[in-house]
Design a protein around this ligand. Structure first.
Ligand SMILES: Cc1cc2nc3c(=O)[nH]c(=O)nc-3n(C[C@H](O)[C@H](O)[C@H](O)COP(=O)(O)OP(=O)(O)OC[C@H]3O[C@@H](n4cnc5c(N)ncnc54)[C@H](O)[C@@H]3O)c2cc1C
Length: 553
């Protein structure tokens, strides 16, 4: 007899949103305004999102001296030949309305002396179009405004599986401290953020474990362009550190800090005319190459000569001091860290995936906006615009079947997190090569074991050491979540490695040491799907074909 999931709580709604960052909350708000019953599941707390940490701002076409065409051009140039131009145009054109909706909700952006929203310029933008809040605390203000909207969020509830029938989505299996739950729903939006925790060093919060990519693959949807991971060159390095690492922003180099190796030699000398202030991917590659040459896992920023460092960079100073480093007296150890996933679940510009009723928005989605590299500050924009559209699109699923009988137990493959992170960090970071990608995949495959979430969650049989109670009936939520995240990381890593191995060129933020530049006949997207036999299959998607194929479904 097949085991079934013992469900301890149930709900029924019109839309389940998985994720409480900018994309999920924006979608949930729109869907609620259109009369849908919505439930948001968020495995963390209200600020455990990448949205909370966004610093620079939101790229939005400025009312004067700017145009949609200009923002599209900048985005497409950064995307290195893989942007879907119509998707870019559509999302960029939606920016002003999306920001107006956020302002109506109470978000406050920094104003200039003229009383208008002030705009700054970032790398790759041809004009000043980045709006910001609280100086460098834009994401926190976006998150605050959306959190204050009073949307129905179940914090500490993780989605484990999307349930489907022949006609599409029927529900979600989730877990909380109270055990497993099932939510019957015809529509699910994945808004789970990124996959930074695939790597030992990342700017992403600890919950960025690629859950949305895995949930989509398990549900039968395609993911694309996963090989394009943007690395930030200077993330604070601490030996053995895990989880989110603080950014040491470019501004520190702008004020004169220099990148050196353990011998005190410049890392970027002779690499680029702008030296330490070269574009991010150039600096990341220079650091990666120096680390490889010297056999270390970090380099240093020397900021000791900058007068008034602590006053100019209070947040960075606090992060360094917390790690036991005084920037006024010591070198700051840094390494490139995984920062942003450019690819993800294949969607159209309204968030629809290939599975009816399954939507994706925000960092987890691949709409075609970013192509092979994201233009700075385009991600909050995408979360707002596509989040709103996906919330509206979910109306089309109202009334679809949601009957869920007993839920058969399922199994997942997982490798220990440290194995995945080490393999990915060593072989699938800033600079990759075919042999290394093969080694990483083999290592992860060799470490895989099969587990049922039911077995992990089983009540502990042993007497707790403190003698309180028998331990029976205790649902081990933390251990179950950890395993589910490990399974998501394992599947996401394998999909990424397969896509990266297939891309025999250097393009955007994917650098292969054997192939110095882009190759015209590889100017396509790479889609990965999970077959019924459990194998990952790869196919080619022509650029500009996605909206057409999903729209024609
Ligand atoms: C340090 C930093 C600085 C940045 N600066 C900028 C910037 O200046 N401008 C810009 O445009 N972008 C910036 N970005 C990128 C941008 O912040 C993110 O891409 C964006 O906020 C992602 O929003 P999201 O809604 O897709 O996901 P997130 O905000 O990451 O939210 C994901 C949510 O999903 C939940 N979740 C995940 N898995 C599950 C699951 N299985 N079950 C239930 N819940 C789940 C999480 O708990 C969380 O609530 C920055 C990112 C970082 C890390």
């Amino acid at each position: 007899m097949t085991a079934t999931v013992p469900v301890s709580w149930e709900a029924e709604v019109d839309l389940v949103v998985i994720g409480g960052g900018v994309a999920g909350l924006t979608a949930a708000r729109t869907a609620s305004l259109r009369g849908l019953r919505v439930l948001i599941l968020s495995k963390g707390g209200p600020t455990d999102t990448s949205t909370q940490y966004a610093q620079g701002g939101i790229a939005v076409v400025a009312p004067q001296g700017d145009s949609v065409d200009s923002h599209v051009r900048d985005t497409v140039e950064a995307g290195a030949g893989l942007c879907e131009v119509e998707a870019v145009r559509s999302i960029v054109a939606g920016g002003q309305a999306a920001v107006a909706a956020l302002t109506d909700l109470g978000a406050v952006f920094d104003l200039g002396r003229d009383g208008q929203i002030s705009r700054t310029r970032e790398g790759g933008h041809s004009t000043r179009r980045i709006i910001h809040a609280g100086g460098d605390a834009t994401g926190a203000e976006v998150q605050r405004a959306l959190n204050a909207a009073g949307l129905p969020v179940l914090f500490g509830a993780a989605a484990l599986r999307v349930l489907t029938g022949p006609e599409g989505v029927r529900g979600v299996v989730a877990m909380s401290d109270n055990g497993f739950g099932v939510v019957r729903t015809p529509a699910v939006l994945l808004a789970t953020g990124g996959l930074g925790q695939l790597y030992a060093s990342s700017t992403n919060p600890p919950g960025a474990t690629g859950d949305g990519v895995a949930l989509a693959l398990w549900a039968g949807a395609a993911v694309a362009d996963l090989e394009f991971v943007q690395f930030h060159p200077t993330v604070l390095y601490t030996p053995g550190g895990v989880g989110r690492r603080p950014l040491i922003s470019e501004a520190v180099r702008g004020e004169g800090a220099i990148l050196v190796d353990a011998e005190g030699e410049s890392v970027t000398a002779g690499v680029h005319p702008r030296g330490d202030l070269a574009p991010r991917d150039v600096v990341s590659r220079a650091i990666a190459e120096r680390m490889r040459a010297t056999g270390t896992d970090h380099v240093f920023l020397d900021a000791r000569h900058i007068a008034g460092f602590a006053a100019r960079f209070p947040t960075i100073t606090a992060s360094c001091l917390a790690a036991g480093i005084d920037p006024a007296a010591q070198l700051i150890p840094v390494a490139p860290g995984a920062h942003y996933q450019c690819g993800g679940v294949l969607t159209d510009t309204e968030g629809r995936t290939e599975v009816p009723g399954l939507y994706a928005a925000g960092e987890v989605a691949r709409t075609g906006l970013h192509g092979a590299n994201r233009l700075a500050s385009n991600s909050l924009l995408e979360g707002l615009v596509v989040g709103e559209r996906a919330g509206a699109a979910a109306v089309e699923r109202r009334g679809a079947r949601t009957d869920v009988e007993e839920i058969p137990a399922w199994t997942v493959d997982f490798a220990e997190r440290a194995v995945v992170q080490q393999a990915m960090t060593e072989h699938a970071s800033v600079v990759r090569d075919g042999a290394g990608l093969g080694i990483a995949l083999a290592r992860i495959d060799a470490a895989r074991s099969v587990v049922s979430p039911l077995d992990v969650a089983a009540p502990r049989a042993v007497q707790p050491l403190d003698g309180t109670g028998s331990g029976e009936g205790v649902f081990d939520a933390a251990r179950t979540l950890r395993r589910i995240e490990d399974a998501a990381l394992t599947l996401t890593a394998r999909a990424l490695l397969i896509a990266a191995a297939d891309r025999a060129e250097s393009r955007g933020c994917h650098t292969r040491s054997e192939y110095p530049g882009p190759v015209e006949d590889q100017r396509h997207s790479t889609a990965v799907r999970l077959g019924a036999d459990g194998a990952l299959g790869l196919s080619i998607v022509a650029v500009d074909a996605v909206a057409v194929s999903i729209g024609a479904r």
